[in-house]
Design a protein around this ligand. Structure first.
Ligand code: SPD
Length: 287
């Protein structure tokens, strides 16, 4: 049986300019939704995984390396955690991490593609886990751009942008007007968080996005870590706030409730990850 699986496995690659990033595995299903191409795979090393338009999004055995880092600096830094917004995040991993915080009363998860939710619930159910049945979750299949445009000022304590790369359906999640609306609908003591690509594999996208967020919010800083399945394995998340750089100072009470069950995130890890800004990025941000 083991031999048989190995014979069926082949390289599943994300192709970027002059590079490719792959895992050995089997393709379980490929679907073209109205929005994008969705591929579900079974990998030898990281369990079942999801690709959108042939780019790696998540796998069961390393998703925490990404979701914990996107979510907890924001959730442990915001003044209050009553109302949370996630744009994207159709695998449910960001929602699961947010809902571990018992102060959360309401979470809007705005995903553009119902098919992503369906396939993740079927093939990667542990990533969303109990979030899918949590009464605090309000799942809407909507365009995130329109959602933030139509939301009134000061609506959310935390806003998390868990989209894919800046092309295709996620392109507009990297636009100035989108970030400006996020700022407008964020409460004064709130925290904004977004995945901001790789400082190595996607230098231009990373720099453009971090610079833009910095010009919009009063306080903003990128944080760096490792996501093995993404191009170069070196990834970033950027956090922003209106009243103070509150994402740099995690609440010890909140951290103590969640960090023992985290794989990567802890207040100590977070401090190092903000300090791990590469010198070439720090220099470029000052120009
Ligand atoms: N290059 C991949 C960037 C994708 C970031 N979002 C992934 C979704 C995981 N919830």
């Amino acid at each position: 049986m083991k031999n048989q699986r190995k014979e069926e496995a082949s390289w599943i690659d994300e192709f970027q300019t002059n590079q490719r990033y792959g895992l050995l595995g089997k393709i379980l299903i490929v679907k073209k939704s109205a929005v994008q191409k969705i591929t579900i795979v079974e990998t030898e090393r990281y369990g079942n995984g999801l690709l959108l338009d042939d780019c790696w999004m998540t796998t069961e055995k390393q998703e925490k390396d990404y979701h914990e880092c996107l979510v907890h600096p924001a959730m442990c830094g915001a003044e209050s955690l009553e109302r949370i917004l996630i744009i994207g995040g159709g695998d449910g991993g960001s929602a699961r991490e947010c809902l571990r915080h018992t102060e959360v009363k309401h979470l809007d998860l705005i995903e553009i593609d119902q098919e992503v939710i369906n396939l993740c619930q079927e093939y990667l159910p542990k990533i969303g886990g109990t979030a899918w049945s949590d009464p605090r979750l309000n799942l809407k299949i909507r365009d995130g751009i329109q959602w933030v445009e139509n939301t009134k000022d000061n609506s959310y304590d935390v806003i998390i942008v868990d989209g894919s790369d800046p092309k295709g359906p996620a392109q507009s999640l990297f636009n100035r007007s989108f970030f400006e609306n996020c700022k407008r609908i964020l409460k004064k003591g709130g925290v904004f968080a977004a995945q901001t690509e790789s400082p190595e594999a996607f230098y231009d996208a990373h720099m453009d996005t971090v610079k833009m967020i910095k010009t919009i919010f009063e306080y903003a800083d990128p944080m760096y870590g490792s996501v093995p399945i993404y191009p170069s394995g070196w990834w970033s998340w950027t956090f922003a706030a209106k009243d103070q750089a509150r994402y740099l100072h995690p609440s010890t009470t909140r951290a103590s409730l969640i960090s023992m069950d985290c794989k990567i995130w802890s207040p100590r890890w977070q401090q190092g990850a903000f300090n791990a800004i590469p010198a070439y990025v720090e220099r470029a941000l000052k120009q």
